[in-house]
Design a protein. Structure first.
Length: 190
């Protein structure tokens, strides 16, 4: 009987430990993934991805127990110049089909300050998966004034190498390093 009570207590404790993380769904209309790279030393070229989906399992009491998954269509890339976008979708770079996705799945979170963390995760792009680290900041958590439900906002940055994802054409003339800036809003799931 004691072992049955102990097992029940362990199950209850485990349930309580995992119950703290709450599911938040990304608000694609207020979330962006921006990127920039140096073009021949003359300028910085910018672009963005939109139309992405994802969720955050957010544990406000223990952020290191949180997780995030995001996916976005490669073809949602916008650079402001159609010929550049067409070149990026060609076999020189992505060779993208409508179903090709860029994904990020967190594998660990290290809290670095009151509202900051390093989020390590697997970034998959162009059929290549590499580990990357995002420097993340919690902007705000609270009730959304229009939606009337809990909302959370985060910013993050990282730098990736195009060549790590078999996208290194023209490097080093066009920088191999790509700076990535992420800003997202997420609503608590119903």
């Amino acid at each position: 009987m004691k072992s049955l009570a102990l097992a029940a207590a362990l199950v209850a404790t485990a349930s309580m430990a995992t119950a703290a993380a709450e599911k938040y769904v990304l608000d694609a209309s207020h979330s962006q993934v921006l990127f920039s790279y140096n073009h021949l030393g003359f300028s910085t070229t910018y672009g963005m991805f939109s139309g992405f989906e994802g969720e955050i399992m957010f544990d406000q009491e223990d952020p290191s127990a949180s997780s995030v998954t995001v996916s976005m269509p490669v073809k949602s890339m916008f650079t402001g110049w159609e010929k550049r976008e067409a070149h990026f979708m060609s076999d020189d770079f992505f060779g993208a089909e409508d179903s090709d996705m860029v994904t990020f799945t967190s594998t660990g979170i290290e809290v670095t300050g009151e509202n900051t963390a390093k989020i390590t995760g697997d970034l998959t792009m162009n059929d290549v998966t590499k580990s990357v680290v995002l420097d993340a900041k919690l902007n705000q958590v609270g009730d959304h004034p229009q939606a009337g439900k809990p909302w959370a906002g985060f910013d993050a940055t990282t730098t990736i190498l195009r060549s790590d994802f078999d996208l290194g054409l023209f490097a080093p003339f066009v920088s191999d390093e790509v700076a990535v800036t992420i800003s997202i809003e997420a609503m608590k799931a119903d």
